[in-house]
Design a protein around this ligand. Structure first.
Ligand code: NAD
Length: 337
C-alpha cells in the first residue's frame, strides 16, 4: 500500500525524522503544529479529524473523545516510552495501534537519574547558586557538606530497562544494589547486574537512595499512581534521598513536601511532577531538592533516535504492517480470529 496518507505531528521534532516522514512514499502530506507550545485540546481534535496518522507527545491527552474525531485513524505513534497519556483500551477497542519508543532512551534517562543522585547528595545546585550569587569567600572546612554516594545502598523501584541501566552504573561506585519490581528478574540477570531482590517495604527501610523507574499505571492491581505517599516516606531513612525520573503522579507530591519538611527523608531529585508543568510551590523553596524540567531523554542523539523510531512505527502501520513497538499487539491477534 502506498501514498496518500496525511500525518499530523503535534510538535516540531528533530529534523531527520520530519524529513523521513516527508520523503516516505506512504505519506502525502505532513502537518506540524506551528507553535512552540503544547497544542490545545481543540487543535488536537481538529488535527486528528484531518489526519490518517497521529504522531503525538506525552503532553497530549489522547482519549476516547479525541479518537471519536476520526473513526478512520490508522495509528497513534507516541514520541515517548511512557504512554499513560493515551487511553490504550479505547484505541484497542477501535483497533488502532498505539506505539512507543522503548530502548533508545534507556541509557540517557539512566544517566539523568544518576545526575540527580549526585546533584542532590553533593548539593551541587545549591553550591553553584551560592557561588554565582557572589557569596563565596574561599574554601571552608564546613562548606556544603553533603552525603557520600559511593559505598551506599541504592534501591531501584521498577527493574525494567531503565532500572537495570541505573543498576549497572552503580558498580563503579561500590554501591550495594537492591531492587523491587512486581516481576522478579531471573537469578542470572540478578547475578549479572549484581542486584538483590527485596520486598518493597524492605527496600524503603534499607536504601540510602531510592530511584523510581516504574511506568505510571492509574488503575488496577499493578497501579503505580501514588505508589509513594506518607506511609512510604515514613518507612524511609531520614538520611535517604528520593530520585524520580519516571512519571510525576507515581509520587504524591503533597506527601513528599510533608516528608521533606518533617525531615522524614534528606532530600529529593526530581525530573517529573504530578501536575506538569506546575510544581508544588514549597518544593521551589527547598534547598535540599533538585528540580529539573522533565529532561530525562533530552539529548540531541536520543531525541533524534526517538523521533526516527516514532516515524518508523507510524509508517509501518500505514503500510498495514504490525509496527515494531506496538503496545496493544492484541489488535493483531484479534484480527486473526
Ligand atoms: P520498562 O517497562 O522497561 O520497566 C518498567 C518496570 O516497572 C518493569 O520491570 C515492570 O515490571 C515494573 N513495574 C510496573 N508496574 C509495577 C508495579 N506496580 N510495581 C512494581 N514494579 C512495577 O520501562 P522503562 O523503559 O524502564 O521506562 C520506565 C518509565 O520511565 C517509563 O514508563 C516512563 O514513564 C519513564 N521515563 C521517563 C523519562 C523522563 O524523561 N524522565 C524518560 C524515559 C522513561
Amino acid at each position: 500500500m502506498s501514498g496518500g496518507y496525511k500525518v499530523f505531528v503535534t510538535r516540531m521534532l528533530p529534523e531527520p525524522a520530519i524529513e523521513k516522514l516527508r520523503n516516505a512514499p506512504e505519506v502525502a502530506e505532513v502537518r506540524i503544529n506551528p507553535h512552540d507550545r503544547v497544542i490545545t485540546r481543540e487543535e488536537l481534535i481538529e488535527g486528528v479529524r484531518w489526519c490518517d496518522a497521529l504522531l503525538c507527545l506525552l503532553t497530549d491527552t489522547v482519549d476516547a473523545e479525541v479518537m471519536d474525531a476520526n473513526p478512520n485513524l490508522k495509528v497513534i505513534a507516541n514520541y515517548a516510552v511512557g504512554f499513560n497519556n493515551i487511553d490504550v483500551a479505547e484505541a484497542t477497542k477501535r483497533k488502532i495501534p498505539v506505539t512507543n519508543t522503548p530502548g533508545v532512551l534507556t541509557e540517557t534517562t539512566a544517566d539523568l537519574a544518576w545526575a540527580l543522585m549526585m546533584a542532590v547528595a553533593r548539593r551541587l545546585n545549591e553550591a553553584e547558586r551560592f557561588l554565582r550569587s557572589g557569596k563565596w569567600n574561599g574554601w571552608g572546612p564546613m562548606q556544603f557538606l553533603g552525603a557520600d554516594v559511593w559505598g551506599k545502598v541504592l534501591g531501584i523501584v521498577g527493574f525494567g530497562r531503565i532500572g537495570k541501566a541505573v543498576a549497572r552504573r552503580a558498580w563503579g561506585f561500590d554501591m550495594r544494589v537492591i531492587y523491587y519490581d512486581y516481576v522478579r528478574s531471573d537469578e542470572e540477570i540478578e547475578r549479572a547486574l549484581r542486584a538483590t531482590y527485596v520486598p518493597f517495604d524492605e527496600l524503603l527501610q534499607v536504601a540510602d537512595f531510592v530511584s523510581i523507574h516504574v511506568p505510571l499505571i492509574m488503575h488496577g492491581p499493578n497501579k503505580t499512581y501514588h505508589m509513594f505517599g506518607d506511609r512510604e516516606f515514613d518507612l524511609m531513612k531520614p538520611t535517604a534521598f528520593l530520585i524520580n525520573t519516571s512519571r510525576g503522579p507515581v509520587v504524591d507530591e503533597k506527601a513528599l513536601v510533608r516528608a521533606l519538611k518533617d525531615g522524614k527523608i534528606a532530600g529529593a531529585g526530581l525530573d517529573v511532577y504530578e501536575n506538569e508543568p506546575s510544581v508544588e510551590p514549597e518544593l521551589l523553596e527547598m534547598e535540599n531538592v533538585v528540580l529539573l524540567p522533565h529532561i530525562g531523554s533530552a539529548t540531541n542523539e536520543t531525541r533524534t533516535r526517538m523521533a526516527l523510531i516514532a516515524v518508523e512505527n507510524l509508517l509501518a502501520a500505514l503500510r498495514g504492517e504490525r509496527p515494531p513497538n506496538v503496545v496493544n499487539p492484541e489488535i493483531y491477534s484479534a484480527e486473526a480470529d
